[in-house]
Design a protein around this ligand. Structure first.
Ligand SMILES: NC(=O)c1ccc[n+]([C@@H]2O[C@H](COP(=O)([O-])OP(=O)(O)OC[C@H]3O[C@@H](n4cnc5c(N)ncnc54)[C@H](OP(=O)(O)O)[C@@H]3O)[C@@H](O)[C@H]2O)c1
Length: 303
C-alpha cells in the first residue's frame, strides 16, 4: 500500500488527484482546514488537520508518506487569512515534509509567478517555488493557468451570471488571454509527476487559448444566454463585481484578479499539458454549468 498526502483531498483539485491515486493501491492523508467535513472516499482517505503552527506535529501526519501533493493556497486576503500567512503556512508544510522524510512534493503553483510581481498571489507563489527548490526535497512544480471542472468557481460563476442577468460586464477590452486546463487532466499530470525522481518546473495549460471575451461568448453559447456584453473600465467592472458579491454573499472577483487577467498572467508559450477542450466540455456540461453559484467564502470560511 502506497501512502500519499494531499492538502485538500476533498477539495477541488485535490479530489481529482485523490480519485486517480485511489485507482491504485493507495491510502491518503487528507490535510485540511475542515477535518470534520464528510469524507467522500471512505476509509482509505484519513483526514488530518493542518498544523501550520507546529511543523513537527504536522510531520507526524506525514509519517510514511511517499509524495505530498500540495494544493494549499488562498485566492485572496480575507480577514486574518492573508497571502503572507498562506506563504508562512506553506513554508511550515514544506518543513514538515522534510522532517517526515517525504520522498517528493508535487506543488501546485500558477503561470507566470514572479518575486517582483505587484500581485501577492503571483509573488507569494514565486517565493514558495524558490523555497521548495532550495529545500532539498525532490519536487515537481506545476503551474496551471485556470482550472475548469464541475466544482470550479471562476468559469462556473461566469456562466451563473450569464444565465441570470441581461448584461455581462467585461473589464477593459477583453482581449487579454487565458489557457484553461481540465482539472482531471491536471490531476493526471500531478500523479504522473509524483512517480518521477528528477526536479521539474512546468506550465500546465490546456489545448485552447481564449481571449477573455471569447471565453465569455463560449460560455454564453453553452448556457444559451442572451446577455449583452458591456465593456467597462477595470475599476468600474470591479465595483460591479463588488455589488454582485453583496447579492450572492461572496467575493466574486478581486481587483488584483482583474489585474492578473489583464496583464496576461494566465497565458504562456508552453505546449498544452492537457487534452480536454473547454469548448467541448462546456457544451457537454451545459445542463449543470452555472446552474448554482459556487461560493469561495462558503467553501473556505464557513464550518
Ligand atoms: N482553481 C483554479 O482555477 C486555479 C488556477 C491556477 C492555480 N490554482 C492553484 O491550484 C491549487 C488548488 O486550487 P483549488 O482551487 O483546487 O483549491 P481548493 O481545493 O479550493 O483548496 C486547496 C486547499 O487550500 C485550502 N484553502 C483554500 N482557500 C483557503 C482559505 N481561504 N483559507 C484556508 N484554507 C484555504 C483548502 O482548505 P480546506 O481543505 O479546508 O478546504 C484546501 O486544503 C492552488 O494552489 C491554486 O493556487 C488554481
Amino acid at each position: 500500500m502506497n501512502r500519499y498526502a494531499i492538502t485538500g483531498a476533498a477539495g477541488y483539485t485535490g479530489k481529482y488527484i485523490a480519485r486517480r491515486l485511489l485507482q491504485g493501491n493507495a491510502e491518503i492523508v487528507n490535510l485540511t482546514g475542515h477535518p470534520r467535513r464528510p469524507n467522500p472516499f471512505g476509509e482509505r482517505v484519513r483526514p488530518a488537520p493542518y498544523d501550520f503552527g507546529n511543523p513537527v506535529r504536522m510531520a507526524g501526519h506525514l509519517s510514511g508518506v511517499d509524495t505530498l501533493f500540495n494544493t494549499y493556497w488562498v485566492r485572496f486576503s480575507h480577514g486574518r487569512t492573508t497571502f503572507e500567512r498562506a506563504v508562512q503556512n506553506t513554508l511550515a508544510l514544506f518543513e514538515a515534509a522534510r522532517i517526515a522524510g517525504v520522498r517528493r512534493v508535487v506543488h501546485v503553483s500558477i503561470t507566470n509567478p514572479s518575486p517582483d510581481s505587484p500581485l501577492p498571489y503571483f509573488s507569494g507563489k514565486a517565493r514558495l517555488e524558490e523555497a521548495l527548490r532550495s529545500s532539498g526535497l525532490s519536487y515537481a512544480i506545476l503551474r496551471p493557468a485556470v482550472l475548469f471542472g464541475r466544482e470550479d468557481i471562476l468559469i462556473n460563476n461566469i456562466a451563473y451570471f450569464l444565465r441570470r442577468f441581461p448584461l455581462f460586464v467585461i473589464p477593459g477590452r477583453g482581449t487579454y488571454r487565458l489557457q484553461p486546463i481540465y482539472v482531471d487532466d491536471f490531476a493526471a499530470l500531478a500523479v504522473e509527476q509524483s512517480h518521477r525522481e528528477e526536479d521539474v518546473v512546468m506550465d500546465a495549460v490546456g489545448p485552447e487559448t481564449f481571449t477573455f471575451e471569447e471565453l465569455v461568448r463560449l460560455l454564453a453559447r453553452a448556457v444559451e444566454s442572451r446577455a449583452r456584453l458591456l465593456h467597462l473600465p477595470p475599476g468600474t467592472a470591479w465595483g460591479m463585481a463588488r455589488l454582485l458579491g453583496l447579492l450572492v454573499g461572496d467575493v466574486v472577483l478581486t481587483r488584483q484578479e482583474i489585474r492578473g487577467l489583464m496583464d496576461n498572467l494566465l497565458v504562456t508559450d508552453s505546449p498544452p499539458a492537457g487534452e480536454t477542450a473547454l469548448s467541448d466540455w462546456a457544451l457537454q456540461h451545459a445542463d449543470t454549468l452555472g446552474k448554482k453559484y459556487a461560493s469561495e467564502l462558503a467553501r473556505h470560511y464557513r464550518p
